[in-house]
Ligand binder design. Structure first.
Ligand code: APR
Length: 227
């Protein structure tokens, strides 16, 4: 079976009702992203940070996977599919994808600020005073701007034997995440699915499908399966 690596971003969940980051000029439900998604924000106003992620967590729980998520899961019948996502929602998993690696964490999990221990909290709200077993404050298991991306090396390794790369719903504006596309082999065929223009000028073997994910991914899946 050929190996497909899918590199996804907020755009694949846009049609599930979850806002992207750069389509709302850095605003998200009237929060400035940089005021709530950084270690400095956590130091200064932890309850505001917790409220921001509580709101996003509720929206993730209420959201449903869309046809793009389901179509990628169905590709597992024909290919070895590895999802590498920047998204903190669980829509790929809920659509049935078996191999999903999150680069920026998972909003349905909490992390101890003392031990780093991670726990599934699903839709539960996190507030000041919610402590881990070692009595330290719990935070969302999300990678904030300026923090290390623990799964980066694993993501780079997963790209090295890809036969096909699908880039969907990401502006490729955030590093080091966007660097993973540099780790695919020379011979790899790359497909970009995005309704807007994304600059991938020096990308070899590139096919662009300028469509929303719910339309573009099914079109691409048919191309790949029929090949
Ligand atoms: N289908 C496909 N792509 C879409 C759709 C759609 N329906 N709607 C928007 N897009 C595209 C936009 O054109 C853009 O290229 O999705 C991309 C969204 O880009 P961003 O908002 O920058 O999201 P993303 O690339 O995932 O951001 C990366 O930045 O804020 C941090 O940690 C956060 O993981 C996030 C990272």
């Amino acid at each position: 079976m050929k190996k497909i690596v899918v590199f996804s971003g907020a755009g694949i969940s846009a049609e599930s009702g979850l806002k992207t980051f750069r389509d709302n000029n850095g605003l998200w439900e009237n929060y400035k992203i940089m005021d709530v998604a950084t270690p400095e924000a956590w130091e200064k106003q932890p309850q505001t940070v917790l409220e921001f992620y509580n709101l996003r967590r509720k929206q993730v729980v209420d959201a449903l996977p869309n046809s793009a998520h389901f179509c990628l899961a169905e590709l597992e019948a024909f290919f070895n599919v590895q999802i590498i996502t920047q998204n903190i929602d669980d829509l790929h998993e809920r659509a049935g994808s078996s191999n999903v690696l999150h680069l920026h964490g998972e909003i349905l999990k909490s992390r101890s600020t003392k031990t780093g221990a991670i726990q599934k909290i699903n839709g539960a709200m996190l507030n000041l005073g919610d402590l881990c077993s070692k009595n330290s404050q719990l935070r969302p298991d999300v990678v904030w701007f300026g923090e290390a991306v623990p799964n980066m090396l694993l993501a780079e390794e997963l790209c090295k034997d890809a036969d096909i790369l699908i880039i969907v719903g990401t502006s490729l504006a955030v590093y080091p995440a966007a660097n993973i596309i540099d780790y695919i082999p020379e011979k790899c065929s790359t497909y970009l699915v995005d309704p807007n223009k994304i600059d991938l000028n020096n990308m070899k073997n590139l096919t662009v499908i300028n469509k929303k994910a719910s339309i573009g991914i099914p079109i691409l899946a048919k191309i790949l399966v029929d090949k």
